[in-house]
Design a protein around this ligand. Structure first.
Ligand code: MOS
Length: 764
């Protein structure tokens, strides 16, 4: 019988219900704190004498600041300072010191460093006052005169100067060398398609605004609450920029209200708040406005061309995928857009290309499933187009070209249950009942379309440490400087520790979100469970050995002759598997040894040599139904089934939530999200949540999540590959393909707004 984990149907364990097993559906251990308001976010930490900073944003896109008149602002009662590039505290001049742990190549933006303006909305001053209201009013009175220079934020108009990336970025792989002769094979292929794809800029728009609260303490120590995906990354950045010793800066991010990649790098409110706190020697909080959330990193605008060639039986002969994306003038941001097209389908002739163009915009930044969201979208819409060209079922075309080994590297997969994803999702969706012809299904005045696509994302593991303390009262505290950006890290880590040591979940506490804790990577790339989770497992395993040896040595120990394999840690005891009555409780063990606690630490170093022999990835199959109003061009995504192969699932409930969230992001990418640049101003015009559309509840209908069986001990010792980003990849393509099936219209740019869905011909 299939051991399908269907998270929807798995009974949920509530926190405080005792010992848990890996794979159970467990409600968030931090849920109560979040809904009661006890959980504090960066802008919610109190401090005596707290001051409030409000950022003044540049109103030009390129040029220099000629003069700043702050007299009117300073005259507002309660205003303490107006910080600008002319009066700020000392900060480093060296690019190197502004490079956070995830910085791309080039020269990072240095807030208030000098008079140069690099992008629209760049911070030019910080007004600090007793109240937020006084600061905001005074900020509106700061007069800035500029010497403007001509700017250019037009990607399409600058394709001629696109070029290959020149710099190396950690974690980014350039497209692999061509395989075979893809251009010749495409020319020769009996069936072929070609399509150009466009994706506009998207902004992350987490609910929580970027914010930092900086509290100077005795001896010049700074305690900082920051919205970030890594407290240690922010700590590193502040130390370097301000020349402060490592132990003089502590950064905390115990709760993060969504980030989606925007918090992979420190954003400018952090150094501005630090400047003000140092300048005034007072606690300072800076919160960005929703409009200012559109003045830093975004998902880059991207153009793509995909060409596929095939034999009449559907065998792929050629895959050619080229992309051009934007970066800033000062940094070289790159993401993996086209490489996926060399990893999904078996093919002898593959050519992939990726170019970038410098524009006068802030440097783009990773946003959920960076690269794959656009790249797999284009490939999967192209595959659908090819299926129609071949008059073949879109799922059958994927199965015909199923890759048993990685087509780019020739390596075997560490695990790949994509076939199961296709089969289980198609079955659940009812794909076999589809009528293949476009415009062949209708309900009332709505055309109905069914589409499908494949998804793929990395299965990453990084370096991490963990520390564990078991107290004599049976409570366990495990810690690592991880983050929980809303993804469920607290709960997953507590579950791993609870299951490992056989302790009730309520006796286990996982500590994260503090730069002084053991090293953990930035929470990104859906890698935290495989990374920090394996470190938690590692430290618990070390503690178990230690406790086992102590238990054997106890006077009259019932375990005296037992081997480690003959015992289990369960119900707060170490006991014989064969005779659970022969047990020693962990509390008795510590008390018997006159110990108040026992602790250990663990360092996880990914086994790079072993891993390099395998292609490591998560996969998904997404099926969806859309209903299109022909007169209005409005699209409703009425049903989505997503089957995901992501290794062992730790918390079925949180994992399902991650995939549901990813599907919502995919629907959003497909139908709603785009930041519109008025090219004359070089500025994003719809910089608010009334004009930058994200789905609301009324936009979201049935979402059905399936986790197929996988257990990948090459990616991680706990068998997990990580879920999160895989939930989004392929969803927008499935929507696009369903729109084609409904209407016979192929929409190749996102978002697929009603104007595009209604337009005939090539104008889409
Ligand atoms: Mo994610 S874009 O790796 O935070």
């Amino acid at each position: 019988m299939s051991q399908l984990i269907d998270a929807l149907r798995t009974p949920a364990a509530e926190p405080g219900t005792g010992q848990v097993a890996i794979g159970m559906a467990v409600s968030r251990v931090d849920g109560r704190d979040k809904v009661t308001g006890a959980a504090r976010y960066a802008a919610e930490f109190p401090a005596d004498g707290l001051l409030f900073g409000v950022v003044v944003s540049a109103t030009i896109t390129k040029g220099r600041i000629a003069a700043i008149d702050d007299a009117a602002a300073l005259a507002v009662p309660g205003v303490h300072a107006v910080l600008t590039h002319m009066n700020r505290p000392a900060i480093s001049a060296l690019n190197l010191f502004y490079k956070d742990m995830t910085a791309p190549g080039g020269a990072p933006f240095k807030p208030l460093r000098d008079d140069r303006i690099l992008s629209h909305g760049q911070p030019v001053a910080l007004v600090v006052a007793d109240t937020f209201e006084a600061a905001r009013h005074a900020a509106s009175l700061v007069e800035v005169r500029y010497d403007s220079a001509a700017h250019d934020t037009n990607l399409r108009a600058n394709l001629a100067r696109s070029h290959e990336p020149k710099k190396k970025r950690p974690g980014y792989s350039p497209p692999p060398a061509p395989k075979g002769n893809a251009d010749q094979a495409w020319d020769d292929a009996p069936r072929k398609i070609q399509g150009d794809y466009y994706a506009g800029v998207e902004h992350h728009n987490p609910m929580e605004l970027f914010a930092s609260t900086v509290i100077p303490g005795p001896d010049g120590h700074l305690t900082i609450y920051d919205k970030t995906q890594s407290a240690q990354n922010s700590r590193w950045y502040v130390s370097h920029v301000f020349g402060l010793p490592k132990d003089k800066v502590t950064v905390r991010n115990p709760y993060v209200g969504g980030a989606f990649g925007a918090g992979l790098r420190p954003q400018y409110q952090l150094p501005l708040a630090v400047m003000a706190a140092l300048h005034l020697q007072r606690p300072v909080r800076v919160v960005l406005s929703r409009q200012q959330m559109f003045t830093f990193g975004h998902r880059p605008e991207t153009l793509q061309r995909v060409r596929l060639g095939a034999d009449a039986d559907g065998t792929l002969r050629a895959i050619i995928h080229e992309a051009v994306a934007e970066t800033s003038q000062n940094e070289e941001f790159v993401e993996t857009v086209v490489n996926w097209s060399g990893q999904l389908y078996a093919c002898d002739n593959i050519r992939l290309g990726y170019h970038i163009v410098e524009l006068d915009r802030f440097t783009p930044i990773d946003m959920r499933a960076p690269g794959a969201a656009h790249g797999v979208h284009a490939l999967e819409v192209a595959m659908d187009e090819l299926a129609y060209e071949l008059q073949m079922d879109p799922l059958a075309l994927r199965l015909k070209n199923y890759a048993e080994t990685d087509p780019s590297s020739g390596l075997p997969y560490s695990s790949k249950a994509l076939r199961d994803c296709y089969a289980q999702a198609a079955e659940r969706f009812g794909w076999a009942m589809r009528s293949p012809a476009p415009r062949s299904m209708r309900v009332g005045n709505e055309l109905v379309g069914w589409g499908m696509a494949t998804g793929m994302w990395d299965a990453l593991q990084m370096f991490a440490r963990a520390h564990a303390v078991l107290h004599a009262d049976g409570s366990l505290v495990v810690s690592s400087a991880a983050s929980d950006i809303g993804t469920g890290t607290y709960t997953a880590m507590a579950m791993i520790a609870s299951a490992a040591l056989g302790l009730p979940l309520e006796q286990v506490r996982f500590q994260l979100g503090d730069s002084t804790l053991p090293v953990a990577p930035v929470e990104g790339g859906s890698s935290h469970v495989a990374t920090v989770g394996s470190a938690v497992q590692g430290v618990c395993d070390k503690l178990k050995w230690c406790l086992f040896r102590m238990a054997k040595a106890m006077p009259d120990s019932p375990l005296a002759k037992a081997h480690f394999k003959q015992v289990e840690f369960s119900a707060g005891t170490i006991r014989l598997l064969a005779n659970p009555a022969q047990a020693i409780s962990l509390t008795a063990l510590l008390q018997g040894n006159a110990m108040t606690s026992i602790e250990d630490k663990y360092m996880l170093i990914p086994a790079a040599l072993k891993k390099r022999k395998f292609q490591r990835a998560t996969h998904s199959a997404v099926f969806c139904e859309v209903r299109v109003d022909e007169q209005f061009g409005t699209v409703r995504v009425t049903r989505v089934v997503s089957a995901v192969a992501a290794g062992r699932i730790i918390n079925a409930k949180a994992a399902r939530s991650q995939i549901v969230g990813g599907v919502v992001w995919g629907i959003s990418q497909a139908l709603h999200e785009e930041s519109h640049d008025d090219l004359r101003l070089g500025r994003f015009m719809n910089h608010n949540l009334s004009e930058y559309h994200v789905p609301v509840n009324a936009d979201i209908h049935d979402i059905d999540v399936i986790f197929v069986d996988e257990d990948d001990r090459i990616v991680s010792s706990i068998g997990a590959k990580g879920v999160g980003e895989i939930g989004q990849v392929g969803v927008a393509a499935a929507v696009s393909n369903a729109i084609f099936h409904a209407t016979g219209r192929r929409v190749r740019s996102t978002p697929m707004t009603p104007d595009k869905v209604m337009l005939p011909g090539d104008r889409r």
